[in-house]
Design a protein around this ligand. Structure first.
Ligand code: PMP
Length: 325
């Protein structure tokens, strides 16, 4: 290991962790990219860095400027760290339905947090649109716009994807991930498919999201039910996801992903958040579809510590008819 330069230098080059139990069960190599080991604690450190670097390079963000974003949490956390390290103001707009841990952490990190009522994307009071208007009214400020700013996807295309290719020595048959902005799935699958036409890309989508039917039928239409997962699922095809070649999709209900989170903790020793549960369920579905002998890579997005009051609260789960087993 070498010495890296500051917070930013510590982003990326995360381990690729083989999951022994699930690999044995499926006869495949099930590998999880340990994005929870990024210095800000999630896969979104990469997107935050890519967006800021692109804004610096274009001259849109100059010294002493501000970064404004509407975010369900992890991107804001990544942005707050990078803004501290780079001397920018960080202004975060967040739906008040998001977990208290994430909101408290953002404030502790020094971000100016504005909570707004949850509103659908078409509503002008949607948190992303509020963030866009705030940045437009300020001097030397950018709206990170993680959903439609393709610097996000480009960051994964130039880092996460090539890292997975190098770590597997090119022996990778499939990549599967849930999407929030779509940056991870789009960037990684593009990078891998460019290196081998045989690599397949799959979407793992929580219940209630519209992307499962988008992949299968061509139109984004919500599946039945809803999900306690945070940061994933979407009602629309973002600019980051647009044009991505996705071979197939799986709809993963909470009744499957929540027990998987607990299995990952108890059997694999990994304390992870709900989207990682969806992703690993997706990897198992892909492994079963492809049959034994394949290498399937997914993303371990963030750690479980951000979800004490929900995912790791048995009463909260029970009220929603869920449990860890
Ligand atoms: N998992 C978690 C915990 C997240 O916060 C996010 C981002 N919102 C994702 C997965 C999805 O990543 P992406 O935005 O690259 O699709």
């Amino acid at each position: 290991m070498s010495i890296c330069e500051g917070f930013v230098g510590a982003i990326g080059e995360t381990p690729l962790i083989r999951l022994p139990r699930l690999s044995a069960e499926t006869g495949c190599e099930i590998l999880g990219k340990a994005e929870f080991m990024n210095p800000g604690g999630s896969v979104k450190d990469r997107a935050a860095l890519a967006i800021i670097q692109q804004a610096e390079a274009s001259g849109a963000l100059r010294p002493g400027g501000a970064v404004v974003e509407g975010t369900a949490g992890n991107t804001g956390i990544g942005l707050a760290h990078i803004c501290n390290a780079r001397g920018y103001r960080c202004i975060i707009v967040i739906p008040e339905t998001q977990s208290q841990e994430k909101i408290a952490l953002l404030r502790t990190l020094g971000a100016e947090v504005h909570t707004v009522p949850a509103a659908p994307y078409r509503d002008p009071n949607n948190y992303q649109k509020v963030a866009g208007r705030m940045a437009a009214d300020m001097d030397n400020a950018i709206w990170a716009n993680q959903f439609d700013n393709t610097a996000n996807r480009d960051g994964h295309y130039s880092t996460t994807g090539p890292e997975i290719w190098a770590q597997t020595g090119g022996f990778v048959d499939a990549f599967v991930a849930a999407t929030g902005t779509g940056g991870t799935l789009a960037g990684v699958s593009r990078a891998l498919k460019e290196r081998s036409r045989n690599v397949r890309a799959y979407l793992a989508d929580p219940a209630g999201s519209s992307l499962y039917r988008y992949v299968r039928e061509g139109e984004p239409v919500a599946t039945d039910g809803h999900s306690i997962t945070e940061g994933i699922g979407s009602s629309r095809v973002t600019a980051n996801l647009e044009g991505t070649a996705i071979d197939d999709a799986f709809c993963i209900p909470d009744s499957e992903s929540v027990p998987m989170v607990y299995r990952l903790l108890r059997e694999e020793g990994l304390f992870l958040g709900s989207s990682s549960g969806v992703n690993v369920c997706g990897a198992v579905h892909v492994a079963r579809a492809l049959g034994p002998g394949h290498t399937v890579v997914t993303i371990l997005c963030d750690g479980g510590g951000r979800y004490y009051s929900r995912l790791f609260n048995p009463e909260w789960l029970a009220e929603r008819g869920l449990s860890g087993s």
